[in-house]
Design a protein around this ligand. Sequence first.
Ligand SMILES: N[C@@H](CCC(=O)N[C@@H](CS)C(=O)NCC(=O)O)C(=O)O
Length: 264
Amino acid sequence: MLELYTHPMSPCAQKVRIVLAEKNLDWQKHHVNLQEKKNLEPEYLKLNPLGVVPTLVEHGQAIIESSIICEYLDDAYPEPTLRPADPYQRSTMRYWMKHVDVKLHPSCGTIQWPMVMREALMSKPEAERDKILARIPEKPRRERQMRLVKFGLDAPDVADAVRTYRKTIVDMEEILTTRQWVASDQFSLADICLAPYFQTLHQFNWTALFDQDCPNVADWFARCQQRPSYQTAVAADFPETLNNELREKGTAAWSKIEVHLGNS
Ligand SMILES: N[C@@H](CCC(=O)N[C@@H](CS)C(=O)NCC(=O)O)C(=O)O
């Protein structure tokens, strides 16, 4: 049985859940409470030394890093394939997966973290909060999270994060004039790895980043959302009450995002 350590709002975990759904695989869920930083407990760090979700466990072996997990699943369960056969198209797919890992993911964390993770930490006494954050294994992530807890969406990181999002969207708009999906005319891991980062914009009502002047991206995201895999793996975790709450929070915070758009 495949086991996945996951959190409903983690775009990295959503990627993996979409792959599992596309392949119609059964799996067992282990919820990791990120708000309470259960990801930094010694027991979890044994599975994932970076202290992040997702972690996939199969045959008693832990597989970490969401893009690697996605490729592992496509290797282990090849049908239906989620990678183009053509080597150039496959390299394009991997380019986008790498872009997500290196650039879009930290940007998403920067704008999502103050909205959904900060409150639980702020409710703790400062000394306890600092102690928890000091346990984050990687220095850049640790320091970024410390700034995000302290300053929320006023942190200096937010401007760059919004610009990275917007540049990604503009680049996607261009390539989607030439093909149906991001890497080729075939739905692939590139689309799966990008789509959850648009869920973040959608849930906070921040879709003005793309839905006013990037019709190809808007259409691409609508097609991703319509897939049964997206419904099962992502949308099902957002019941109406949660959706309304996130939408309300996001709408109230939009001016802090929008202000950085003019400079992108
Ligand atoms: N490169 C990792 C990034 C994983 C990651 O940052 N996961 C986030 C949720 S999307 C997390 O667990 N954050 C917990 C924390 O930073 O405390 C991957 O792709 O798996």
